[in-house]
Design a protein around this ligand. Structure first.
Ligand code: UD1
Ligand code: UDP
Length: 378
């Protein structure tokens, strides 16, 4: 019998963890695969909360997060840390996810040791190298280094083909749908005490998140002012905003939105609470990538608090309004969803473009086939 193929999954931030977790669980159960996990801990508490929910016990933990970390310090830390990990466990394949500093630096570390890289959620493009920053460049660089590309949609695959990346590209949907299906239940009870006490059955609830690096400062202030106008104009509207722990985010959120009786600024919530919160809300306003996939899958319209998106499928499918980052634009997009019942209904009933929740299974099978083909050629 052939030796198993050793797959090292590397991730470090909350969104990577949420989308890699169902895949790691699937790899663990797949005969013929030996699954190892390395976390960089680019995020700490937000990462650990996901690891705990999915009962993932990393084989390696680089423990990198520092207050005030920079793109350089994260990248250098991942490169140095991964060099030792890769030398120690010599995987056949390194899996990275998406577009963070962790994923690009981990792919580069693997490339330096000539270890093949598989890229999960490959092929997303905003076509603006500075927005989202630095994620668009991270994606481009990781695509160049990867041998296996797991694209969530046909459009993402086509982006890769246009860049001349034609080998090893597979359309598999998004693993976030796999995660959502395990999490959302009608009778769900929130773990977070703060969420459990919110009167979610009264009025209309907006779930907001905003943290993007290119929005920090003036844009985030304008976004918050636009959202506050909606709450002030509609007495039945409540806002719940789990605020990213980055001090630059927290300071603005508290300064602009703090103190209003229908605004609830809360600490980040664990993933299961978050998915069920989205399921129970009226709509989502966000600059997050992951929420642009989750909200449509849960039938919730989204206002995207950005000037571009690498997920145009959601806008084209009629599930999202791309509002931009100016106060008036944010307020008017939100206003449309609060006042135009026909628009709301249409947006809430469009079809999610990210698959049926079997992405992890497909990726595991593709890895096995790839490994067999490599061994046959050796
Ligand atoms: C990172 C990713 C971004 C992703 C986001 C998800 C990069 C360049 N950016 O950005 O693509 O959308 O994660 O949230 O990789 N912090 C904590 N505890 C935590 C996590 C963060 O205190 O568990 C604070 C720390 O002060 C940290 C700061 O947040 O220094 C920023 O974290 P960092 O990973 O550098 O950037 P994000 O904006 O989170
Ligand atoms: N999320 C969470 N708790 C929160 C806020 C967000 O579990 O308090 C989840 C959210 O459901 C999604 C992911 O975190 O799965 C998105 O992460 P984030 O917005 O940090 O990053 P992005 O998707 O923008 O890269």
């Amino acid at each position: 019998m052939d030796a198993p193929v050793t797959v090292l999954s590397v991730f470090g931030t909350r969104p990577e963890a949420i989308k890699m977790a169902p895949l790691v669980k699937r790899l663990e159960q797949t005969p013929g695969i030996r699954s190892l996990v390395c976390v960089t801990a680019q995020h700490r508490q937000m990462l650990d909360s996901v690891l705990a929910r999915f009962a993932i016990h990393p084989d390696y933990d680089l423990d990198l997060m520092r207050q005030g970390q920079t793109l350089t310090t994260i990248t250098v830390g991942v490169l140095e840390g991964m060099e030792k990990v890769l030398t120690d466990c010599t995987p056949d394949l390194v899996l990275v996810h998406g577009d963070t500093s962790t994923s690009t630096a981990a792919a580069l570390a693997a490339f330096y040791q000539q270890i093949p890289v598989g890229h999960v959620e490959a092929g997303l493009r905003s076509f603006d190298r500075y927005s989202p920053f630095p994620e668009e460049m991270n994606r481009l660089l990781t695509s160049r280094m990867a041998e296996l590309h797991f694209a969530p949609t046909v459009r993402a695959r086509d982006n890769l083909l246009r860049e001349g990346i034609c080998q090893g590209v597979h359309v598999v949907g998004n693993t976030v749908i796999d995660a959502l299906q395990q999490m959302v239940h009608e009778s769900y009870r929130f773990h977070s005490g703060e969420l459990a006490t919110l009167p979610l059955s009264q009025g209309r609830w907006i779930v907001m998140t905003a943290h993007r690096r290119e929005n920090l400062g003036e844009h985030l202030q304008a976004i918050c002012r636009g959202v506050l106008r909606l709450v002030e104009a509609h007495p039945d509207v409540h806002l719940v905003y789990p605020v990213h722990p980055n001090p630059a985010v927290r300071a603005v959120a508290e300064a602009v939105l703090g103190g209003h009786e229908r605004v609830h600024l809360i600490a980040p919530v664990e993933v299961e609470d978050m998915h069920n919160l989205i399921k129970r809300c009226y709509m989502v306003m966000t600059d997050s990538g992951g929420l642009q996939e989750e909200a449509p899958a849960l039938g919730k319209p989204i206002v995207v608090l950005r000037t571009e998106t690498e997920r145009p499928e959601v806008v084209e499918a009629g599930m999202a309004l791309l509002a931009g980052v100016q106060e008036d634009d944010v307020a008017s997009a939100g206003e449309r969803l609060l006042t135009d019942a026909a628009l709301y209904h249409r947006m809430a009933h469009a079809i999610n473009p990210y698959g049926d929740g079997h992405s992890s299974e497909q990726i595991a099978q593709i890895i096995l086939e790839w490994s067999r083909a490599r061994r046959d050629m050796a």
